[in-house]
Ligand binder design. Sequence first.
Ligand code: HEC
Length: 482
Amino acid sequence: MEQSSDFIIFLGRFHPLFLHLPIGFLVLGFLLEFISRKEKYKSLQPAVGFTLLLGAISALVTAILGLMLATDGGYSEDLLSIHQWLGIGLVIFAFGAWWLYTQKEKKKEARLDKAYVGLLSLMMVFLAGAGHYGGSLTHGTNYLTQYMPNGLRALAGLPQQQKGFKPIENIEEAVVFQEIVHPILEMRCNSCHNASKKKGELQMHTVDYLKKGGENGPVFVAGQPLDSEMIKRIHLPESDDDHMPPKGKTQLTPEQVALLEWWIEEGAPFDKKVAELKTTSEIDDILITLADPDANKSEVELLLAKGVEEADPEKIKEIKSKGAMIKPLSNKENWLQVSISKNLPVDELLAEIAEAFPKQVTWLDIKDSPVSDDGFAAVAKMTNLTRLRAEKTSITDNAMSHIRELPYLEFLNIYGTKVGDEGVLALEDLSNLRRLYVWDSQVTKDGARKLEGRNSKLEVNLGFEVTVVDSLSVQVVPVKGE
Ligand code: HEC
C-alpha cells in the first residue's frame, strides 16, 4: 500500500511537466482554427482536428497525473477543488470541440459551426482558469501580483505594496508581534507557510498556526531563541537543505534576525508593546530605523507630500486667459500657485477659481490688488491654502473672518492693510500659522504679543524699528510682538 501510493505520487509529480503539452496543443488548435478561416491560410484547416485531438488526449493524461499528485496532500482544499473541476471541464470540452470539429466537417452545417466555435471558446476559458488556479496552488495566490508595480496595483484595485516595514508612528506603543515580527514573517516566510502552501506542515500566517508549529512540533520556545527551530534553521548555512528561507530565496537581514530573536528571548508575547519589553542598545538602534520618518513632519508638510488630484486643465486654461497667473508649485505635482495682479477683476477671478479648483491652490498672491473683504469668501473655499500674500490691499478685519477658515495657512502677509488687532486675534485657532506680517497695518504691538501668546509657534512681524544709538550708528531691529 505504502509503495503503491509512493509510486502514484512519483507519477503525479510529472503533472507540472506534462501540463505544458495540452496548453501548447490547445492554444495552437484554437489559433489555427481562426487563422485558417482566412483564404490565404486555408490549407491549414485539416491540421486543426488533429491538433485538437492531441490537445484533448494530453489534457486527459495531465488531469490523471494531477489527480495522482493531489494525493500528496498539502494543498489548500478550496483552490485544489476549483483547479480540479476546471481541469476536468477542460478535458471534456477539448474532446467535445474535437468531436464537433469532425461533425461540422462532415455535415457542413452553420449550426454545428456555431456550437463548435462556442465550445472552443469555452475550452480556452477553462484552460486559462485551470492554469491560473494551478499557479495559485503551487506559488500562492499572490504570485502574479506580488511584484506588480504600485501603479498597476492601483489600477487593479489592490492595496499598495509596502517595501519592508510599514513605518511605525510611535515605536514605544507598537505591539511587537503585530507590527514588527509578523511583517518579517509575512515578507520572508509566509509565501511557503500559509493556508494554501503548508511546507513542512507549517503555517505562519496566523497566531494560532504559528503557535501550533509544523510537522516536527513547535517552531519557537518562548525565552529560548537558540533552541527555537525557526531560529536554528535561520542560522544554518544557506547551503543546508534545512536552512530557512531556502537557498535562492531572499534572505533575512541581520537586523530582522535580531528582532525575531529579541521577540522570542522576551517570551514571544503576542500582545505586548515595545515599551513593555527589555531592549538592548542594539535592538534600540534597529527599532529607530522602523520609526516613521513622517512622524516629525508638520501638518502642512504632510499635506503637501500627500498631494492632490489634478485640476481640470481646461478650467486652468480658461482662467489663465483672463489674466490670472497659474503655475504648478513644482513640475511633478498638482498643487497650484496663483497670482492675480493689480489691474484685474480679482474678486470675480477668485470666485471662478474657488468654483473650478479650490483644493489645488496652495499659494495665492493677490498683493497690491483691488480685492475686497467679500472677495475672501472665495479664498476661504481654497482650504489647502498654505501661503497667502494680500499685502498693500484695502482689506479690513472683515476679511480675517474668512481667512480664519484656512486650516493649513502657514504664511500670511497683510502688511499695509487696514487690519487691526481684532482681525488678527480672530486667527488664533490657525494652529499651522508660523509667520504673520503686519507692519504698517492697524495691528498694535500689544495685539501681536497677545496672538503670539496663543500660538507658541507663530512669529508676528511688525516691521523694523530704527533706533539711533549714537550720532554715527543706527541700529535696525525687527520688531517682534514681545
Ligand atoms: C521557498 C519556500 C519557503 C520559505 C520562503 C520558507 N520556508 Fe520554511 N520550509 C519550507 C519547506 C519546503 C519546508 C519543509 C522541508 C524541511 O523540513 O526542510 C520548511 C520547513 C520549515 C520548518 C520546519 C517545520 C517542521 O516542523 O518540520 C520551519 C521551522 C520553517 N520552515 C521556518 C521558516 C521560516 C522561519 C521562514 C522565514 C524566515 C521560512 N521557513 C521560509 C519552505 C520555505
